[in-house]
Design a protein around this ligand. Structure first.
Ligand SMILES: *Cc1c(COP(=O)(O)O)cnc(C)c1O
Length: 430
């Protein structure tokens, strides 16, 4: 004998149950229908909650990784305008203008070079440069720089897609100027340019040698340097003091161009601190060939990104980076300020979470920038593993699990979020 079955609630009744919780009605109807079909009506509310968690959601990044790849790299601080903007309109003449002109000129000025343009990301920048300048021709690359960078940007693959032919030069650990010269001068090689790639996310130590841009610039072909992280100037004139130690070996646009690179390419959302974008900067004739290539249209950025990049470039030119660009606000936070914040949080939560303490930590720039280096920081360590509970909160906090403890690193947290962190610790500890 089978147990009497109660009739499932109607799709509409289920959908109504969660009306007004911020999930659009058609989605609630889909979830309700699916729950009924799966004979899982009791899971309906949980499924709706799970749906909300799949949406893009602002979170508190307490991982200590400032440019967290899974959290969108550099946090954005520039609000988009709520009006039409002059993306391709020249206000002076009233005629059609160039989408690259305003932001390109600002970046050329910043990089102290002739011209610049913007594409969707740095992978697109490298692809476009190779397609525009080297399609059907050869491009020598050091075997030590034929790298893979973050989820599927592989130099040989990008090269192949661009239509340029990769010519391997030197060895994995050592590549000298002579190796490049022999490649460029080979009868069977038609070198369009030499590509130098910053091996952002890894480092070889020991018996290693690479060839500087200044040396490569003595060759008879243009040098294109993919510097990756988008550090504009190694002197960091926007900081009050000298460049921080963690920047040690990071190549910068101004110096790489000054050393003789014909073009540099870099990301917008790494050390530059802006939105996802790729910037190509350098000799005007080469940048213009990139702009004219048919791929430029497919890789071009939209008005939102251009506007954010423009605000960013203006902040750099004003040397007002530390207050306006969140990555640099976090990177420049004085260590005693971080210690003070960590101590204050620990004092606030002391009675609810007696096992918490302020500890010195090592934060990371992230996003493959400055591999192997850390930034001194402070954090709050809890003697319990509440990483999942902190992430499950409405305003999710992403913390680090260390053994069975929880670490919240404050260098990647904006000070306005300290109170939310303290409250969260009190809630999950009790
Ligand atoms: C990060 C990086 C890339 C890829 O840049 P995206 O902006 O993520 O497309 C390419 N080259 C180098 C050297 C990089 O560091």
């Amino acid at each position: 004998m089978t147990a009497p079955r109660t009739r499932p609630p109607s799709v509409n009744a289920l959908a109504q149950r969660l009306a007004g919780r911020g999930i659009p009605h058609p989605i609630l109807v889909d979830l309700a229908r699916q729950a009924i079909a799966d004979d899982a009506v009791d899971e309906y509310e949980q499924r709706a909650a799970n749906f909300s968690r799949t949406l893009l959601t602002p979170v508190i990044n307490a991982t200590g990784v400032l440019l967290h790849t899974n959290l969108g790299r550099a946090p954005n601080s520039f609000d988009p305008p709520y009006e039409a903007i002059t993306v391709e309109f020249d206000l002076v003449t009233g005629e059609r203008g160039s989408r690259q002109h305003a932001v390109g000129s600002l970046f050329a000025r910043l990089c102290q070079t002739e011209a610049a343009m913007v594409v969707n990301n740095n992978a697109a920048a490298v692809l476009l440069v190779l397609a525009a300048l080297a399609e059907g021709r050869d491009v020598p690359v050091s075997r030590g720089e034929s790298v893979e960078i973050g989820g599927s940007f592989r130099v040989p693959d990008v090269m192949e897609r661009s239509g340029a032919r990769l010519v391997d030069v030197g060895t994995t650990n050592r590549t000298r100027l002579d190796d490049y010269r022999r490649a460029v001068e080979r009868d069977d090689v038609d070198a369009a340019l030499v590509l130098k790639v910053h091996p952002s996310n890894y480092r070889i130590d020991g018996f290693v040698e690479d060839t500087s841009v200044a040396d490569l610039a003595t060759l008879d072909v243009p040098v294109v340097a993919d510097i990756g992280s988008g550090l504009i100037d190694a002197d960091c004139p926007w900081l009050a003091g000298p460049p921080p130690a963690w920047l040690a070996d990071e190549p910068a646009a101004v110096q790489t161009l000054r050393d003789g690179a014909a073009l540099v390419t870099f990301s917008g959302d790494k050390l530059l601190g802006g939105p996802q974008a790729g910037i190509i900067a350098g000799q005007r004739d080469l940048v213009e060939r990139c702009m004219r290539h048919p791929l430029a249209r497919a890789l071009r950025p939209g008005g939102l990104v251009l506007h954010a990049l423009q605000s960013l470039a203006l902040a750099y030119l004003d040397r007002d980076v530390v207050t306006q660009v969140p990555f640099w606000t976090m990177a420049a936070a004085p260590i005693d300020e971080l210690e003070r914040r960590a101590t204050a949080i620990v004092e606030t939560v002391a009675s609810a979470a007696p096992g918490s303490r302020a500890i010195p930590t090592q934060a990371l720039p992230g996003a493959g920038s400055a591999p192997g280096v850390t930034m001194p920081s402070w954090g709050v360590e809890l003697d319990i593993d509440v990483v999942d509970a902190l992430r499950a909160r409405e305003h999710a906090i992403i913390a680090r699990r260390v053994d069975d403890r929880t670490l919240l690193d404050l260098r990647s947290v904006q000070p306005v979020d300290d109170a939310a962190i303290a409250q969260a610790i009190i809630d999950v500890a009790s």
